[in-house]
Ligand binder design. Structure first.
Ligand SMILES: NC(=O)c1ccc[n+]([C@@H]2O[C@H](COP(=O)([O-])OP(=O)(O)OC[C@H]3O[C@@H](n4cnc5c(N)ncnc54)[C@H](OP(=O)(O)O)[C@@H]3O)[C@@H](O)[C@H]2O)c1
Length: 293
């Protein structure tokens, strides 16, 4: 049986290609067909709609931007897939969404005799390409075990965090740290520059200390060269922080620092940086001081 993959953006296209490289036959769909061209050239089969994918597979991955997109492709759109999947099929949603949405999808799937896992990932464009992602998975243990060999085609570790929604919960936690660490670092850089320290000196010095988040070593060249070409779209970081905010409302947790961080990404969105890499938030903080002399 073939494997279905829907959502071939920055992450999905690379994840699907790794499944293909490991010998799995794929049926793929993406809203914009052009993004499927490389996979199709390598032998993946195209389906004209999410519903069409479902007819040919009993394992289906989705890697979509946000909850609205997942709901549309799975349930609400004219040619959505959930009603078309064969009984006992397994749907693995790798999109970064909020835990309550994942729980809702698990219920919708169960109502149709479909098994469900939320399995969002940590790691960006490079790790997706090199099959070095981390999977945070929520769902039944037997389902996690059954799909582990496939996840290991795309990633280097699989963490079963708990029941449905817990993979998405872990991803929210992960991205609060990621978004916050980026803003804290950007702010420190701007402050250091105002004191006359070069970015290079700060990177050299801080990289040797335990205070700098390790992912910043991977972003170093991009930050130093002001290269904002996208790896992780800033708009999806803003989305993740918005979803964390909603989730905190549901659980009663307080995220005061994250709310401030989130609004910096909102300012970056307003200033046209939605499709740039999320490191572009540095530009918001580094605007020259307009204070009169
Ligand atoms: N990039 C990263 O570093 C990274 C890392 C970890 C997790 N993530 C998460 O992974 C997910 C995908 O991210 P990405 O970076 O691959 O984003 P992306 O390149 O923008 O891809 C988004 C995908 O969602 C599809 N989509 C959006 N709205 C849709 C709709 N209404 N109907 C159908 N398809 C729709 C897009 O289709 P089109 O191609 O037609 O637009 C595309 O396939 C997001 O949840 C993101 O937060 C990203």
């Amino acid at each position: 049986m073939k494997i279905g993959f829907i959502g071939l953006g920055i992450m999905g296209s690379r994840m699907a290609e790794n499944l293909r490289k490991k010998g799995h036959e794929l049926v793929v769909y993406n809203r914009s067909k052009v993004k499927a061209q490389a996979l199709l050239a390598n032998g993946a089969a195209w389906a004209d709609s999410p519903a069409e994918v479902a007819k040919h597979v009993n394992i289906l991955f989705t890697m979509l931007s946000k909850p609205d997109a997942v709901a549309e492709v799975a349930l609400l759109g004219k040619r959505s897939f959930l009603d078309k999947l064969l009984p006992s099929s397994l749907w693995i949603d790798c999109s970064s969404v909020n835990p309550s949405f994942s729980k809702l999808m698990a219920v919708e799937a169960k109502d149709r005799n479909v098994r469900f896992l939320d399995a969002p990932v940590a790691g960006s464009k490079g790790p997706a390409e090199q099959a070095q992602l981390l999977f945070f998975v929520g769902g039944d243990k037997a389902d996690v075990e059954s799909v582990k060999p496939l996840l290991e085609c795309m990633g280097k570790a699989v963490y079963h965090v708990g029941g449905h929604g817990m993979g998405s919960a872990m991803k929210m936690v992960n991205n609060i740290l990621l978004g916050g660490a980026m803003v804290a670092f950007a702010e420190a850089l701007v402050f250091g520059e105002s004191l006359g320290i070069t970015k290079q000196t700060m990177f050299d010095t801080l990289a040797a200390s335990p205070v700098m988040a390790p992912f910043l070593n991977f972003k170093r060249q991009k930050i130093e060269k002001a290269d904002y070409a996208v790896e992780f779209p800033l708009q999806w970081m803003h989305k993740d922080l918005h979803l964390a905010s909603e989730t905190a409302y549901e659980t009663g947790a307080a995220l005061p620092a994250m709310q401030a961080v989130k609004e910096l990404y909102a300012l970056a969105m307003r200033d046209g940086m939605a499709a740039e890499d999320f490191i572009a938030v540095y530009k918001v903080l580094s605007r020259k001081n307009q204070r009169p002399a």
